[in-house]
Each structure stands twice: as C-alpha cells, then as structure tokens.
Design a protein around this ligand. Structure first.
Ligand SMILES: Nc1ncnc2c1ncn2[C@@H]1O[C@H](COP(=O)(O)OP(=O)(O)OP(=O)(O)O)[C@@H](O)[C@H]1O
Ligand SMILES: [Mg+2]
Length: 245
C-alpha cells in the first residue's frame, strides 16, 4: 500500500471542512478525487502534503510526494522559464552545496519532453498559456520522481490534445507502479480510473467507479449540480468553476 488514510478530518481553524475520510492507494493505482467546488479535494491534498495538520485521524504516505497544484495558486509573476520550473523538481534531492548540474537539466528536459513541451523550454513560465503551464507543472512533478503523485485538477484549462497526452502519460506513470491521486471535475475521465473518492465536505463513497458512481452517490456528492444527459448516466455542471467546459 502506498497511501493509507484513516478517519481523517480537517479544518482551517473554523468549521470542519472535511471529515470521515478513509481510503488507501495501492501501487500503480489511479484514484479520481471527485467533489463540488469547496468539497475538500485540495484540503485533502494539503493534509497529505503536510501543509495542514489533520483535526482527527491519521495517514501513512511515502516520504516523497510529487505535487501538481491547482492552477490559480501557482504564481506567475516571477521571471523563470519553463525549464527553470521543471528544474525545481530536482531541488529537494540536491545537496545544498551542489549547483544544479547537467544531470538535473537532463532530467528536467526529459520531463518537458514527456509532456510535449521541449520546444518551449526557454519560454517564460508566466507567458505560457494556462494549459502549457499545467503541463510544465506536471513535468516538475515528474522530475520529483516520487512513488505517489497528487494532481489537483491537472486538466483544467488544458485542450483536448494536451489532455489526451497527459492522460496517456498518467497511465504510463501508473504502469511504472506509481500511485496517482487526481482531483477532477470530469466524471467521464473518472470512470476510466481504478477507484474514485467522492467528497462533499465529508467522504461520500470510495471504490471502483462502476460500483461507486451511482446516481445516489453522485447526488450526494454534487447536490443540485447534477444533470441528466441523453446517453450518459449523469454529467456534472460545475457552475462556479474556472475555465471549465
Ligand atoms: N486557506 C483556507 N482558509 C480557510 N478556509 C479554506 C481555506 N482553503 C479552503 N478553505 C475552505 O475549505 C473548504 C474546502 O475547500 P477546498 O479548496 O478543499 O475545496 P475543493 O474541493 O478543492 O474545491 P475546488 O473544486 O473549487 O478546487 C471550502 O469551504 C473552503 O472555503
Ligand atoms: Mg481545489
């Protein structure tokens, strides 16, 4: 088991924003984390990253985690290139006295290649499109070479072609035995994952998508945001969401 969470609850000092969270991540497993805006997806990641101390419960995780933050939280205003951002993924492994060397540059360039951005390595990060920045952040997480990756809505603002590329990449990473926790608003995508974790301020359900994503669970997870689509079981309208279609 790569990650294990028992009866976790979290708050930011005020009301409890997430509770009853119990799940695990096996090697090579892709887990979709579903829930409405404010459902607690990013909060769960923050707890797992050690940025927020849980109110209750406990969890086990590997010492190294790769992390792709939700887009609007990444700062855009400092003058760094795409390659610089990818290189940041090597920093935690470098001894303090060692400058970034050829090996790290190679790893960062290889990661940029895996996300299809070799040509943009020297562009300013802040001048890239939203989707390209997402891919750079995925490259940075790749460079971290961690056994488990947390990806907070990595597909948001990413065009179809890049999304397909990213999804294939994630499949490859899972095939390498890495566990992936991926927050998403895309139910169709979540159906392709191994298991789904449904959050709406507390854990609603956890299990394989075909058993778990029932109408009842979806209604409890998304409340009034559920709509029926002809041909599809259900789709979700995230009404307040940024750049989502
Ligand atoms: N830094 C913070 N301080 C106080 N409350 C916060 C903070 N960050 C998040 N919250 C609250 O915690 C709850 C869960 O938020 P969280 O960001 O985890 O949701 P989310 O599922 O990631 O939503 P989204 O889909 O919009 O990204 C919300 O009610 C939010 O207002
Ligand atoms: Mg979030």
């Amino acid at each position: 088991m790569q990650v294990s969470v028992q009866d976790l609850a979290a708050s930011y000092g005020g009301p409890v924003v997430l509770s009853d969270v119990t799940f695990d991540v096996e090697e090579g497993e892709r887990i979709g984390v579903l829930g409405p805006n404010g459902g607690g997806k990013s909060t769960l990641f923050r707890v797992l990253l050690g940025e927020l101390r849980p109110l209750r419960g406990s969890f086990q995780r590997p010492s190294r985690l790769g992390f792709v933050p939700q887009t609007e939280r990444s700062r855009l205003d400092y003058p760094v290139s795409a390659l610089d951002v990818a290189l940041m993924g090597t920093l935690s492994r470098l001894a303090w006295w060692r400058p970034v060397g050829r090996r790290e540059r190679r790893a960062a360039l290889a990661a940029l290649e895996r996300v299809g951005l070799t040509a943009l390595a020297d562009e300013q990060f802040g001048e890239l499109s939203g989707g390209q920045r997402q891919r750079v952040l995925v490259a940075r997480a790749l460079v971290q070479d961690a056994p488990v990756l947390l990806l907070d809505e990595p597909f948001s603002g990413v065009d179809r072609t890049s999304a397909d590329l990213l999804e294939r990449l994630l499949d490859d990473l899972a095939a390498e035995g890495r566990g992936l926790l991926l927050a998403t608003h895309d139910l169709e995508q979540a159906r392709r994952f191994d298991r789904v974790l449904c959050l709406n301020r507390r854990q609603i359900a956890f299990g394989p998508p075909e058993e778990t994503l029932t109408r009842a669970v979806l209604e409890e997870t998304y409340g009034g945001e559920i709509v029926a689509l002809p041909g599809a079981a259900a789709a979700v309208l995230p009404p307040h969401h940024h750049e989502h279609d």
